[in-house]
Ligand binder design. Structure first.
Ligand SMILES: Nc1ncnc2c1ncn2[C@@H]1O[C@H](COP(=O)(O)OP(=O)(O)OP(=O)(O)O)[C@@H](O)[C@H]1O
Ligand SMILES: [Mg+2]
Length: 289
């Protein structure tokens, strides 16, 4: 071949190498003649291809992650629903066995009744999370006074549970949102604090605001959360002590719901805890505009 065409052959070989191996390789550009231009154009095309491939790759990874989360959610939800269902089945079967007296029959029916209620509550919460995933959590918004809403959670110590004290400013603090969801979120936080604090301990529901936001804080001096568990407490179905929490009725959905509600209202939630010292959860919500 003629000497003039030798660079073309080199270009072709370089292009082939790149096609077979790495998209990150580039063709050496020599001179600013037509061949140099060609090499440049080719390199730019490689640049765009590389960007497109890496975008596609990360989009795919994200999809895969979402799929895995969804798969786990379905598996966990099925597992949780089976617990009360098994109780219903066992009680009903033993009642149908026919050797029990009337009081045993009544007890069996009571278990069936209670377990059905547990299932109902669980399903409602699962539906709430499904609505949240679809971006349809809030169905109707209005002005909600958080001072008013929080007042309902005040209660004296009773039945081995600590008192819940409120520390709030005089005037109203308005957010624009769904009162049922907000009440449920704050209720979940109070319920957690009460459940993990001895009757001699303290649970405080505090309200504060500045020009940026309203902060709802639930603080307790109860058992606290181990540091290795803390990053996971907002995950669905996560419980620090699964066996014990389960027997106390927890599905591990409370904080996941709080997070969904906070985000749906344009806010956020954060947790701070020290084992043996106590826990503080802060819900931040924007002022109504
Ligand atoms: N105030 C707290 N003190 C100590 N541990 C807490 C506190 N709040 C939450 N936790 C821990 O975090 C876990 C997750 O809480 P979350 O409210 O999501 O679930 P749950 O209370 O177990 O069940 P559910 O709220 O669905 O009835 C709990 O199981 C508990 O171990
Ligand atoms: Mg809870």
């Amino acid at each position: 071949t003629s000497r003039a065409l030798r660079p073309v052959g080199e270009l072709a070989r370089a292009a082939e190498r790149i096609g077979q191996h790495e998209l990150s390789e580039r063709i050496p550009v020599t001179g600013d003649d037509e061949l140099g231009n060609l090499a440049n154009t080719f390199n730019q095309m490689l640049e765009r291809l590389e960007t497109a491939f890496s975008e596609q790759k990360s989009a795919f990874a994200k999809l895969e992650e979402q799929y895995e989360l969804q798969r786990r959610f379905t598996a966990d939800a099925s597992h949780e629903l089976r617990t009360p269902l098994t109780r219903i089945k066992v009680s009903a079967s033993s009642a149908l066995g026919g050797t029990e007296g009337e009081s045993d029959l009544k007890r069996a029916l009571e278990i069936v009744d209670r377990s059905a209620d547990d299932m109902d509550r669980l399903i409602r919460r699962l539906l709430l999370l499904a609505r949240s995933d679809a971006g349809q959590l809030i169905q109707g918004s209005q002005d909600v006074d958080l001072v008013d809403l929080c007042a309902e959670f005040q209660k004296p110590a009773a039945d081995g549970e600590p008192a819940v004290q409120i520390d709030a400013p005089e005037g109203p603090l308005f957010v624009f949102g769904d009162p049922d969801l907000l009440s449920r979120a704050i209720g979940n936080l109070v319920e957690n604090a009460v459940r993990h604090t001895p009757s001699s301990g303290h649970v405080t529901l505090r309200l504060a605001s500045d020009s940026d936001e309203i902060r709802v804080t639930v603080e307790d001096d109860g058992e606290g959360i181990p540091p290795e568990a803390l990053p996971h407490v907002f995950e669905r179905f996560f419980r620090v002590d699964s066996a014990r929490s389960r027997s106390e009725g927890g599905a591990g959905l409370g904080l996941a719901i709080v997070k969904s509600v906070a985000q749906a209202h344009g806010g956020s939630v954060a947790i701070d805890s020290e084992l043996g010292k106590g826990t503080k959860v802060t819900l931040r919500l924007p002022h109504k505009r």
